[in-house]
Design a protein around this ligand. Structure first.
Ligand SMILES: NC(=O)c1ccc[n+]([C@@H]2O[C@H](COP(=O)([O-])OP(=O)(O)OC[C@H]3O[C@@H](n4cnc5c(N)ncnc54)[C@H](O)[C@@H]3O)[C@@H](O)[C@H]2O)c1
Length: 255
């Protein structure tokens, strides 16, 4: 599938990895729906990207909101060829913390946004993508999830976050198997530590020490390196049903 001439919905597009994907798509001649809960960030990026982008204020965890985002994409661009799920939240909370046991509400919220939000977009976008005319390779579209290395080597305090990301890794193959008959591929990227607003909020010393934990290159990943892998997944029809770590060989320690 080519980026050029295709339309994609990117969740979490107002910031970080999602914004880098949106920029990559427009630079490559594609169209993009910027689906994010943040109006300020979404409107700013839409203004930067111009006519090839539309901002749709979206809460990925909400059924009606996600439906409206897919509808906005179809109305603006006529069809959708893919979804790149980058919306996500991270928390650090111990099961037995100083304030008592892990709040059930915070665990539920992380699962609701990171895992159920991606599933919500999957089911709604799959319906829209399945109506496309297939290309010469029989492809109709591609769905990409953003997991994390925390899906495999989660740290203390990451029970909710790791569970949400492991859920994405776990559903990659069954969703790919099911949607294969429609020519829709499904892939997951598990990033290590990337330099996004989330990380840039940390003190410089912390950022540097995190960067040094990466065997090579010994630094934080750059959002455009994430977008570059997304571009290859879109382009390469043999990439399907797999989780790719994009992490400079980091293996997270317990804390
Ligand atoms: N930055 C990293 O080091 C890193 C590492 C591994 C995985 N990830 C994952 O990559 C994804 C992107 O992270 P980032 O670093 O770019 O973070 P970020 O905070 O810069 O961007 C996340 C975006 O998601 C949006 N969002 C949050 N809740 C939403 C909701 N309910 N509906 C719609 N949008 C919502 C936010 O408004 C924000 O624009 C996340 O899923 C994160 O877990 C990031």
């Amino acid at each position: 599938m080519q980026v050029s001439g295709s339309a994609f919905l990117v969740t979490g597009a107002a910031s970080g990895l999602g914004a880098a994907c949106a920029r990559m798509i427009v630079a490559g001649g594609g169209k993009v729906v910027l689906a994010d809960i943040s109006e300020a960030g979404g409107n700013a990026l839409a203004a930067e990207l111009g006519a090839s982008a539309r901002f749709a204020r979206t809460d990925v965890a909400d059924e009606a909101s996600a439906k409206a985002a897919v509808a906005a994409g179809l109305a603006a661009f006529g069809s959708l060829h893919g979804v790149i799920n980058c919306a996500g939240v991270a928390i650090g909370e111990k099961i037995l913390g100083k304030e008592g046991p892990h709040a059930l509400a915070s665990f539920t919220r992380v699962i609701q946004i990171n895992l159920i939000g991606s599933f919500n977009l999957t089911r709604l976008a799959a319906e829209a993508i399945s109506k496309n005319t297939p290309n010469a390779d029989g492809e109709r579209g591609v769905i990409i999830y953003t997991a994390s290395v925390a899906a495999f080597d989660g740290q203390i305090g990451q029970a909710a976050y790791s569970a949400s990301k492991a859920g994405l890794a776990g559903m990659t193959l069954p969703v790919a198997r099911e949607l294969a008959r429609y020519g829709i591929r499904v892939m997951t990227i598990a990033p290590g530590i990337f330099e996004t607003p989330m990380l840039k909020g940390m003190p410089v010393e912390v950022q540097e020490s995190l960067g040094k934990m990466v065997p090579f290159p010994p630094r934080l990943g750059r959002p455009d390196e994430y977008a570059s892998l997304v571009a290859e997944i879109i382009r390469n029809p043999m990439l399907n049903g797999e989780v790719i770590r994009l992490d400079g060989a980091i293996r997270m320690q317990p804390k």
